[in-house]
Write a protein that binds this ligand. Structure first.
Ligand code: XMP
Length: 318
């Protein structure tokens, strides 16, 4: 029978034998899979694991700083790279969802390639690929690796993509990854984290992205997510987030009329993200959250709650 402890023991032994004293590079995202893969590799090869955590400027409020601290607390050898300006400059004026994704993917590869060159003599690229990712990339025509490759078939692959690949979680399902993480004492802030898309807030800001819009959405999202935690609702929801809409609407403040932004809150139940139902959050919670957002976030005067299920309404609005 499969147990997380036995998996950790045998995988650590295999990784030691396979990698020896080679250096390994791994991109951390803050999510469950890359974190658990890093902790496993760190157990096996210690400081020869070089983790890179990129801030694309589209993360949640304080996420980069908080997660970096957590990783350092786990003893990981991690370099935080704040490339926010590079991503936001590249996204300027872009409002097409797929172009946003491609731009973010391209800049990520550039930043990651630059950083991986700073790790002299790296031999391996570690990835937190899990079993469902393997299936998906076989069945889908344009999985993440296909996207990466399509940008580089002109000038050839970036150097880090020529490294040997090690994927210690490749045979595991998500719940098994969580159990493996728990057996290595990875905290619940990482293991219980809601899914968060790679392009981050870029696909929750409908239309073009500006630094000001990112800052507004980070505040709104923070109030919503912290509220879910405070009300004991966070773990009852599969994923939650806020969308900044490209419309202004009229409001009144004292004697004045305002013409300000509208945000949509979305919280869903799901098992795999393929289908999803909107969550029936308590009215009292929605009322308090809406008031907090409108009172505390300048520039927002209206909050709506998304009551659409998937299909047809995707979880993200872009
Ligand atoms: P949708 O919006 O398609 O999302 O219902 C399903 C799940 O996938 C996430 N998502 C993404 N994750 N890059 C990612 O890494 C993306 O471009 C992307 N688009 C959607 C979404 O957050 C949800 O968990």
């Amino acid at each position: 029978t499969w147990t997380p402890d036995a998996f950790v023991e045998s995988t650590v032994a295999e990784l030691k034998a396979k990698i020896g004293t080679d250096k390994v590079i791994l991109g951390l995202s803050g999510g469950v899979d890359s974190t658990v893969a890093a902790v496993l590799l760190h157990k096996a090869i210690g400081k020869n694991l070089h983790c890179i955590f990129v801030n694309n400027g589209l993360l949640r409020k304080n996420e980069f700083e908080n997660v970096l601290k957590q990783y350092e607390g786990m003893g990981l050898n991690v370099k935080g790279v704040d490339a926010s300006a590079r991503f936001l400059d590249a996204l300027e004026g872009e409002s097409d969802p797929e172009t946003k994704r491609k731009t973010i993917g391209r800049v990520f590869i550039e930043v990651f390639d630059d950083e991986s060159h700073l790790v002299a003599d790296a031999k391996w690229l570690a990835q937190g690929t899990i079993y469902p990712d393997v299936i998906e990339s076989v069945s889908a025509t344009g999985g993440p690796s296909a996207t990466i490759k399509s940008h580089h078939n002109v000038g050839g692959l970036p150097d880090f993509m020529k490294l040997k690949v090690v994927e210690p979680l490749k045979m595991l399902f998500k719940d098994e990854v969580r159990r493996v993480g728990a057996s290595m004492n990875v905290g619940s802030e990482r293991l219980g984290r809601h899914p968060f898309p790679g392009p981050g807030l870029a696909i929750r800001i409908l239309g073009d992205i500006t630094r000001e819009k990112v800052a507004i959405l980070q505040e709104v999202d923070h109030i919503f997510i912290q509220g879910l935690r405070d009300w004991g609702l966070y773990d009852k929801v599969w994923q939650a987030g806020a969308m900044l809409l490209p419309v202004n609407s009229v409001g009144v403040m004292g004697d004045e009329r305002t013409y300000e932004k509208c945000v949509a809150l979305r919280a869903v139940e799901s098992t795999d993200g393929m289908t999803a139902d909107w969550v029936n959050l308590p009215y009292e919670f929605l009322q308090k959250t809406s008031n907090d957002i409108i009172n505390k976030v300048p520039g927002v005067n209206r909050v709506v709650y998304d009551i659409s299920s998937k299909p047809p309404a995707t979880i993200e609005w872009e």
